[in-house]
Design a protein around this ligand. Structure first.
Ligand SMILES: NC(=O)C1=CN([C@@H]2O[C@H](COP(=O)(O)OP(=O)(O)OC[C@H]3O[C@@H](n4cnc5c(N)ncnc54)[C@H](OP(=O)(O)O)[C@@H]3O)[C@@H](O)[C@H]2O)[C@@H](O)CC1
Ligand SMILES: Nc1ncnc2c1ncn2[C@@H]1O[C@H](COP(=O)(O)OP(=O)(O)O)[C@@H](O)[C@H]1O
Length: 590
C-alpha cells in the first residue's frame, strides 16, 4: 500500500501541475511544522548549479562567475541562499537586487559566505547597502549590471516566482528586456540532448522563469527563458502549458512531499498508463457490433483523401466496423484502400464528422450555404446535439452517441451542445469558432493564450474541446468544473497534411468502443479525447522513429534518472504512415 502511494505520488509529481493557490495550501502544513522549505529549495538549486558546472567542465571556482538575479520575495530568498552555498564553496557569487528589499536571512547568509551584492533601485531599503543614489547613477548601475550578467557563467533567475502578478514591471522588466526576450520562445529540436548546448551564461530559473504566466502559460511581457528550471514541491501549470512551457528548458522537480493526492491538479499531462484506460480490450464473447461501430461523415468531392485517412485510422483503432457516408468518389477511394468499410448509414455507437469537409466561405451567399451534401448531412446530425433549454429535447440530445466534430463541421455546430460532443480544432479553426461565438480572436491570439481559448470554447459551447498543437490541450466539463488535460507526445513531423483526419478517426473509434462509459458519465469525454491525442502522437513517433516530442517529463531531483540518450529526430512521414502505426500503439498500451 505504501509502495502504491509512493508511486502515485511520483506520478502526480511528474505529470500533474497545480495552481499557485494549491501550492500555497500544500506548503502550509509543512511550514507550520517548521520544515525548512527555503533551505531545501536553495540546497537543491545550488546542487543543480554544481552539477551543471561539472558537466561543462567549468571547475575553476575563481573564474566561474555566478550571478543571482534576486527579487524581493521568497523566490529571491531561495536564490540568495543558493548563492551563499556556492560562495562558501569558493565560487565568485554576486547578487543583483532588482527590488526594494531582499530576504534578510538569506542576504546575511550570502554576505557571510563572501558573496557580493549590487543594488539597482535607488529607493531600496536593504540593510548595509546605501541607496538614494541619483537617477543617472541608477541608469549606470543597471547598464553595468546587464553587462556583468552577460559575462556570467551561470545566472540564477530568482527575480519572481509564484508570487508574480501580471507582466514584469520596474527593474525586473528592464533586466528581462535586456537579457531575455518578448514573444514566442526560440524554437528547439525538443529532444533531450538538444536542450543544453554549452554556452554562457547558462540560465537556471528558480521555481519558474521570471516573466511567464505561472497559472495560464502565457508570456505577458518580457521574460527570461531558462536552460533549466528547478521547480519546488509541485509542477506549476506554466511547465506544461504552451507557450510558457517552451521557456522553461529542462525541468528538474524537487519533491517536498506535498500531499499532492489531496489536491485537484490544474493541468494533467497524459501518460501511457492514462491513455491505456481508453482502450476497450476485446472480450471472448464479442461480436463486431459490441466492439463498437463508428459512422464517419468526412471528406468531400474536393478533399476525398480526408475520408480515406479518417476511415482507415478508425478501422485500425480496435473497433468492429466503420460506416462511411459521403460522395461516390470518396467511397470508391476508401473501398480501394479498405474493402472492410461499409458504405451508407446504419446503427453506430459514435460519429466522426467534418474532416475534409470544406469550411463555409464568409462571403458565400445564402443559396450556396450547405450546398455541399456533406455539410447538409452534418448540419442535420449536429442539430440533434443542440442544447435548447427544452427538457425533452435536451434529454434526447444527451442520449445521442458521442461525436467528433472537426474542420468544416465546426462552422455548422449549434452554439450550445451536450457534453458528448468533442470539437477538434487547430488554432485557426478555434479562432474562427470563438469569433463566431462573439469572442473575436485571431489564430495568433490562440497560439499566445491556448489555455484561455480552449477553456473559453468549452465553457461557451458545453462541448469537450481538443486544441491541436505540439502540446495538444483538452478542456471539458468534469462534474461542474473544467478539467484541462495535455498531450505532448507527438514529434513535430506529425504536423503534416491529413494528420488531423487521422486523429478524427482514432478519436471516433475510441468513443465508439467506450460509448457505454460515455453514456454512463460524459465526464469521461476529456479523458478519451486526450488519450486519443496521446496515441496519435505516439503513432507518429513510431512511424518516424523519433524521440522528439512537444513536452518532456521533468527530471526528478536526486533520483539519478537521466534522460536516455537520443540522437535522432526521426524520418519524415505522411499521415498514412501514422495510420499504419496505430495498431502497434494499441499493442504497446494494452
Ligand atoms: N511554495 C513552496 O513550497 C515554496 C516556495 N518557495 C519560494 O517562494 C516563492 C514565492 O515567494 P513569494 O510568495 O514571496 O513570491 P515571489 O515569487 O518571490 O514574488 C514576490 C515578489 O515579486 C515582486 N513582484 C511581483 N510581481 C511582480 C512583477 N509583475 N514585476 C516585478 N516584480 C514583481 C514583488 O515585489 P514588490 O513589487 O512587491 O516589491 C514581490 O515581493 C516560490 O516561487 C519559491 O521560489 C521556497 O522558498 C520554498 C518552498
Ligand atoms: N509542432 C508540432 N509537434 C507535434 N505535433 C504537431 C505539431 N504541430 C501540429 N501537430 C499535430 O499535427 C496534427 C495536425 O492536424 P491538422 O492541423 O488538423 O491537420 P490536417 O487538417 O491537415 O489534417 C495535429 O494532431 C497536431 O496536434
Amino acid at each position: 500500500m505504501a509502495l502504491e502511494h509512493a508511486s502515485e505520488h511520483i506520478q502526480a509529481l511528474l505529470y500533474s501541475a497545480y495552481s499557485t493557490n494549491s501550492v500555497r495550501a500544500m506548503e502550509q502544513p509543512l511550514l507550520e511544522r517548521d520544515v525548512p522549505l527555503m533551505r531545501m529549495a536553495a540546497s537543491a538549486t545550488a546542487n543543480v548549479v554544481l552539477h551543471t558546472l561539472q558537466e561543462n567542465g567549468w571547475d575553476n571556482e575563481r573564474s566561474t562567475r555566478i550571478v543571482v538575479l534576486a527579487g524581493a520575495g521568497d523566490n529571491g530568498g531561495d536564490g540568495l541562499y543558493a548563492g551563499a552555498f556556492l560562495a562558501a564553496r569558493g565560487y565568485d557569487v554576486t547578487a543583483i537586487a532588482v527590488g526594494k528589499r531582499l530576504h534578510n536571512g538569506a542576504l546575511d547568509a550570502l554576505c557571510e559566505a563572501g558573496g557580493k551584492v549590487l543594488v539597482l533601485d535607488p529607493y531600496a531599503q536593504i540593510p548595509g547597502y546605501s541607496s538614494g543614489f541619483s537617477a543617472g547613477e541608477a541608469g549606470e548601475r543597471l547598464q553595468s549590471a546587464i553587462e556583468y550578467v552577460r559575462h556570467a557563467t551561470v545566472v540564477l533567475d530568482a527575480m519572481t516566482g509564484i508570487g508574480v502578478t501580471g507582466s514584469l514591471h520596474g527593474i525586473a522588466q528592464a533586466m528581462a528586456t535586456a537579457l531575455g526576450r518578448s514573444g514566442m520562445p526560440d524554437s528547439g529540436l525538443a529532444i533531450p540532448d538538444d536542450q543544453i548546448v554549452p554556452h554562457t551564461p547558462i540560465t537556471i530559473a528558480v521555481d519558474m522563469p521570471s516573466g511567464i504566466g505561472v497559472n495560464d502559460g502565457t508570456l505577458p511581457g518580457p521574460y527570461i527563458p531558462a536552460d533549466i528550471t528547478i521547480m519546488f514541491g509541485a509542477m506549476k501549470p506554466c511547465a506544461m502549458l504552451p507557450p510558457a512551457c517552451y521557456a522553461c528548458g529542462k525541468i528538474c522537480i524537487v519533491d517536498f512531499d506535498f500531499d499532492l493526492m489531496e489536491m485537484e491538479p490544474a493541468v494533467e499531462m497524459v501518460t501511457a498508463g492514462f491513455a491505456s484506460e481508453a482502450i476497450r480490450p476485446c472480450r471472448v464473447e464479442d461480436a463486431k457490433y459490441s466492439r463498437g461501430v463508428l459512422g464517419l461523415v468526412t471528406g468531400s468531392q474536393e478533399y476525398p483523401g480526408a475520408a480515406v485517412l479518417s476511415t482507415c485510422a478508425a478501422a485500425r483503432s480496435n473497433i468492429g466496423m466503420v460506416r462511411y457516408v459521403g460522395p461516390q468518389r470518396a467511397q470508391d477511394l476508401i473501398l480501394h484502400k479498405l474493402p472492410e468499410a461499409v458504405m451508407g448509414k446504419g446503427h453506430v455507437q459514435a460519429w466522426a464528422v467534418g474532416s475534409g469537409v470544406p469550411v463555409e466561405q464568409d462571403d458565400a451567399d445564402m443559396n450556396e450555404l450547405h450546398e455541399d451534401i456533406q455539410q447538409r448531412t452534418i448540419t442535420a446530425l449536429l442539430q440533434h446535439y443542440a442544447r435548447t433549454g427544452n427538457e425533452d429535447q435536451d434529454a434526447r440530445a444527451e442520449a445521442m452517441p458521442p461525436i467528433v466534430v472537426d474542420a468544416g463541421a465546426l462552422d455548422l455546430l449549434p452554439n450550445h451542445v451536450t457534453a458528448q460532443v468533442v470539437l477538434t480544432p487547430h488554432a485557426g479553426e478555434l479562432a474562427r469558432l470563438l469569433t463566431r461565438l462573439g469572442h473575436a480572436m485571431s489564430p495568433e491570439e490562440v497560439f499566445a493564450r491556448p489555455w484561455h481559448c480552449v477553456r473559453l470554447a468549452a465553457q461557451e459551447t458545453g462541448a469537450t474541446v481538443l486544441l491541436k498543437g505540439a502540446v495538444t490541450l483538452v478542456a471539458g466539463n468534469d462534474g461542474g468544473t473544467l478539467r484541462v488535460l495535455a498531450a505532448g507526445r507527438a514529434p513535430a513531423s506529425l504536423a503534416t497534411a491529413g494528420a488531423g483526419d487521422v486523429l478524427t478517426g482514432l478519436l471516433g473509434a475510441l468513443l465508439a468502443q467506450q460509448s457505454e462509459q460515455v453514456h454512463a458519465d460524459a465526464a469521461c469525454m476529456p479523458e478519451i479525447a486526450a488519450s486519443a491525442a496521446y496515441m496519435h502522437g505516439r503513432a507518429a513517433a513510431l512511424a518516424s522513429g523519433s524521440d522528439q516530442r512537444g513536452w518532456h517529463r521533468p527530471m526528478l531531483y536526486h533520483a539519478h534518472d537521466e534522460y536516455p540518450v537520443v540522437e535522432t529526430v526521426g524520418r519524415p512521414i505522411v499521415a498514412g504512415d501514422v495510420v499504419e502505426a496505430i495498431p502497434a500503439v494499441f499493442e504497446a498500451l494494452q
